[in-house]
Design a protein around this ligand. Sequence first.
Ligand code: ADP
Ligand code: MG
Length: 354
Amino acid sequence: MDRVRVLCRVRPTTAEEQTRGERVVAIQGAQRLRLQNAAEYVGEHEASWAFDAAYDTDASQAQVYESIQPITQDVLRGFHATVFAYGQTGAGKTHSMFGPPDCSLDGPDAGVVPRLLKDLFAGLTAGDEVRVSCLELYDDLRDLLNEEHRPLKLRENRKDGSVVVDGAVDAVVKDVPATLALLERALVRRVVASHEMNADSSRSHFVASFRVTRPSINASAIMRLVDLAGSERVAKTKATGGTLNEAKRINSSLSALGNVIAALTSSTATHVPYRDSKLTRLLQSSLGGNAKTALLVCVSASSLHAEETVSTLRFGVRAKRVRNAAKVNVDVDDDLLAARLELAALRAERDDAV
Ligand code: ADP
Ligand code: MG
């Protein structure tokens, strides 16, 4: 069984956090976070959380990447792999996954995604193919590689039960610069599209999938990189009959994600509610299924965000208990199968003749 690996990163304190709040999150050793004055926010027994790695405010993009890099080797060997970033808006998810706003995906500030792609392409051999698709999920699933930006449907592949996105652009990419250019366009479109819909891009999930087909080892794998919507409870404003109703609610697909993880780690649950949201359907194989998965939880160190931080850390600790069962995905190519059968028949003939 493969554990979901969980890494935690504390982002640098902002000027506002410094003037209005105080630092309440401390890192202990390389793996543990401790909350000071914890009694104000949680029970005393819950003042510290352990992860596979914990990164303080001064950690570099390169250091964070070190924990995630093994994913490229997994994908090159034919394992599906997923990296996803979780945390409240402003906690550093997009920074960690891609880099700061407007940074070059090719420079020293580049995040996990461009670094993974560099290592992935460096490990390919002649004949290998990479296809990329970039999706955005609000209530609807949309294609960020398609100008039309029309809603897409999810479908189940009858052969292996995997979930397929119907009609999404699946572009063949030849090298790192071409892939980064495509990703940059998708990221810009994510922001533009949210403005057009009068929405906030921090409320959307970004899912980039890279299908790596390797005839040289007769295997293919999908690397899925996910920048989740902000996990905070948001004040949702609804105009109803001329009056404004404020309602506190959490992004419904994130609560579905929480429910899936709760069911996967419960000793009594008999049903995992993957079908409750498009997000959990998309991530079905990444959680409790056939994939190697790493989760990066991002938090602020400030007292101003302590409640959201606690809820993020709880999510991370729970996800650490999810067990996956990843296997190499062998391509059963019809031609190859026919050739193997023919060879077996010839061998049998020869053995008969002897
Ligand atoms: P999120 O995607 O979780 O909403 P962002 O990644 O956009 O948050 O981060 C919010 C702001 O904080 C951005 O301006 C980002 O550049 C900055 N930031 C986040 N993490 C770091 C970090 N580790 N180092 C420096 N700046 C950071
Ligand atoms: Mg973001």
